[in-house]
Design a protein around this ligand. Sequence first.
Ligand SMILES: [Zn+2]
Length: 456
Amino acid sequence: MSRVLLLIALLVAGGCSDSGRLSGAARGWNVVLISVDTQRADRLGGYGYQRRETSPRTDTLMFDAGVRFARAASPRGATWPAMASVLSGLYPSGHGVVRNGYRFPDDVPTLPLVLKDAGYQTGAFLNNMHKANHRGWDEFAYESGNESRLVSKAREWVRGLDPSRPFFLWAHFFGPHSPYHVAKLLDGIPDVDPSYDGPVKMGKVALDRILRDGIELGESDLEQLNAFYDGAVLATDLNVGRLIDGLRGMPGAERTLFVYTADHGEELYQHHGYLYHACSVYETVLHVPLAMVAEGLFPGAASVDQPVELIDVMPTILDLLGIEPPAEQHGVSLAPLLARPDAPNRGRPAFSQYDDTAIRTVLSDEWKLVLNPEGEVPECVPGAPGFSYPIEEVELYDLAADPGETRNLALERPELVRELRRVIRERFAALTDRSEDQDIPEDLRRELEALGYVAN
Ligand SMILES: [Zn+2]
């Protein structure tokens, strides 16, 4: 064997042993998937937030106990598309749920379905998306906005299960979604100014009005807004802690893989005076937390610093459980990174899409490219015709130097733009596209609108 071939063989063997070490290592384990709606990564203590304490329990139970992915990317700043990607391993164009309220296709396998076929007991406990139709749930419970009741129901369900078979539990918290009502659970929201009398209020009508009337927010308004958001993060952290603590106290709990993530983040007036998420293509919304804990399998308090995507969650879980993934998966297993969090960068970029438009983003090393080739101006806040969220045809940001994505460098770096444009084109060229217009039933549309969910 030549020296080069020998080197390649050693590299391949090395790669396999890293991934192989954890492939199937959690065979027969329970899986708990916790997703927190609208949870920005950078507002959690485990991701360096220091302004206020927002996540003491999640920090301890998830980030200190397992592997934290520092740069996890959501494929879309909207709940249904993003969570369908977590549950299918496909980009929104792949599963077709490109908007909130769209139906998931019957012929595409889901994570709960694959696990059910493998003998798992499956249960979904959701604070929203109660009409989402991902197949494979034995139990499908909905608690509109009430996180505390959601936790009680989930724990009760686990207590009643057949202990001889593993379970897959998905809990989706309403979290810090506007208008931040969950913060009312707290015994006083930290740093909220009781004498404040401005436009920022804990109510959808007031927040909508800021966008509709183009009300300019000053420092005291933003203080109040951020205190509401952080208060909601802290209240949800309590409930996430209750869920994990409760499950940890049950028999067989040591053989449980915990996955914690979010569907998308939130803009809190960072771009174009915007307050929600569905309009945004920026890291405020696309950068989400992701952490995995499995007692004795991964290192604790470890961090993976290279980009990963929410579409990687399903292949990773299946790889750890030793279950064959469906043939069509856009994501890859992160098991090699769980085994070796400081592994060399694989050079895999992270992508996002935007409804059924041609808008795409790519995150590659420190660079972020936003493409809007058709110059679309999507209607992202219905009922606010005066509000616009312009996306340039090409936007390029240096995230290391400009994490707030405020200086578009596209004109200064044409070669880099060309290269990243090619990366986007090639990524999606070979993938099946199931995105097509769907009529959302009228009752569901009204419900989504009431939640502020049709477009934000
Ligand atoms: Zn959401």
